[in-house]
Design a protein around this ligand. Structure first.
Ligand SMILES: CC(C)(COP(=O)(O)OP(=O)(O)OC[C@H]1O[C@@H](n2cnc3c(N)ncnc32)[C@H](O)[C@@H]1OP(=O)(O)O)[C@@H](O)C(=O)NCCC(=O)NCCS
Length: 185
């Protein structure tokens, strides 16, 4: 899966990406609400090395988010259920946050999931204290369907879980509306 947007390229993580991936993924602010945090550069190397070439249902498939010049500025991942469902997550390096990159990359990913990969429903699971991520999901047009109280045990504490989702037919409406609007961002 290789995708290109106005400012970004989404493609395979390469061994040479390990230092950049390690730098932003080990940042405590970036890792705070995430399931995976590399402790060492070797962890980042292993993470990249174990990526499959194509999505395998039931496992996370991680892609690089790059500027057109190749610089790694983040990564995103999705997990296909194998029966029409998918979950996704996204990370942008701190120095590149707040510039609309997550929104641009996630829109491309959702287009691919609902298009070529023919998924019926996509969801994301967000810690409600993660303000930027909650804002991103709303900005993408995902619907908040649940707020589970202390339903996950994460890093030694029970935490809430907000579930956001969108269906294929809803995504097509969102995409059609945004294509009809003048480019404002
Ligand atoms: C969540 C994250 C990916 C957002 O990345 P980003 O590139 O800064 O997001 P964008 O610039 O595309 O912004 C998307 C929307 O969220 C809003 N937003 C972003 N950061 C925000 C913040 N700190 N407070 C409030 N709103 C915020 C933006 O205004 C934008 O909304 P708009 O389109 O209505 O203007 C980034 O903060 C991150 O990597 N966090 C750490 C990793 C993480 O927790 N990931 C979530 C796992 S699902």
């Amino acid at each position: 899966m290789g995708l290109e947007t106005a400012r970004l390229r989404l493609d395979a993580l390469q061994p040479a990406d390990a230092p950049a991936l390690f730098r932003y993924r080990s940042d405590p602010e970036v890792a705070r609400y995430q399931g995976w945090q590399p402790g060492t550069l070797a962890d980042a190397d292993r993470f990249i090395g174990k990526q499959s070439a194509t999505p395998v249902p039931g496992t996370w498939f991680q892609r690089a988010i790059r500027l057109h010049d190749g610089e790694l500025i983040g990564d995103l991942g999705f997990c296909l259920s194998g029966d029409g469902l998918a979950e996704f997550g996204i990370t942008v390096a701190p120095e590149h946050q707040g510039k609309g990159f997550a929104r641009e990359a996630a829109q491309a990913l959702l287009g691919e999931l609902f298009g070529r990969l023919d998924v019926h429903r996509v969801h994301a699971s967000v810690d409600p204290r993660n303000t930027p991520s909650m804002a991103l999901m709303r900005s993408l047009g995902l619907r908040q369907e649940a707020h589970f109280r202390e339903s996950l045990h994460h890093r030694g504490e029970w935490v809430d879980d907000a579930v956001f989702a969108v269906l294929a037919r809803e995504w097509r409406e969102i995409a059609a509306k945004s294509a009809a609007m003048p480019a404002s961002r």
